[in-house]
Design a protein around this ligand. Structure first.
Ligand SMILES: CC(C)(COP(=O)(O)OP(=O)(O)OC[C@H]1O[C@@H](n2cnc3c(N)ncnc32)[C@H](O)[C@@H]1OP(=O)(O)O)[C@@H](O)C(=O)NCCC(=O)NCCS
Length: 162
């Protein structure tokens, strides 16, 4: 059974380990890198864990999704989803879908949010399919947005109006 929930900040080491695993195993999926984040302070991980929902199996995080709601006056109706990851051995079991469903519920609790956006590497077919299934539409393409190991990648901008 998979449960999706937030984790208390005292469990920051589990978050750190999962995030560093994600950056190492799927470097083209994230704009940040393993080298940049492995040197984060304990406080940084404790702060960041508050924006993340985890898929838990046997009390162990096996997947995650981040979301944040803007706090500027003119853009506080917009939420952003980031850092979506499911451990390789748990993929294709509906966990990504469950993470998304619950994240959307959390975001929609905030009645002032009218739009959700995200960016995704144009080569990540699985992620793009997952996002389309949740009502996200491709609204733009940023060319050569990412440079990983000498190769450029385009980024698709996707959004869903609530
Ligand atoms: C993208 C990712 C989170 C999907 O997680 P998952 O738990 O395997 O996804 P689910 O099992 O819930 O699949 C949901 C839908 O996504 C799509 N999907 C998932 N894996 C797919 C694949 N390998 N190929 C094509 N579509 C796929 C399908 O539409 C699927 O629905 P279906 O099972 O009814 O066909 C996972 O593959 C992953 O962590 N990838 C590496 C990191 C990454 O790309 N993150 C996105 C950063 S923007």
């Amino acid at each position: 059974m998979i449960e999706v929930k937030k984790l208390h900040s005292r469990r920051w080491k589990e978050y750190r380990d999962l995030r560093l695993e994600a950056l190492k195993s799927d470097p083209i999926a994230f704009s940040s890198s393993f080298e940049e984040e492995k040197i984060f302070s304990d406080e940084e991980w404790k702060r960041r864990i508050n924006n993340v929902l985890f898929a838990i199996s046997n009390d162990k995080p096996v997947g995650m999704i981040g979301y944040i709601i803007n706090n500027k006056n003119k853009t506080k109706h917009i939420a952003n989803i980031f850092g979506v990851y499911v451990k390789k051995e748990y993929r294709r079991q509906g966990i990504g879908k469950k993470l998304f469903d619950i994240a959307l519920k959390f975001i929609q609790k905030n009645v002032n949010v009218f739009k959700i956006n995200l960016g995704v590497n144009s080569e990540l077919k699985a992620a793009i399919e997952l996002y389309k299934k949740h009502g996200f539409k491709i609204v733009g393409r940023l060319k050569k947005e990412l440079l990983v190991d000498g190769k450029f990648y385009d980024e698709l901008m996707m959004e869903r109006i609530l």
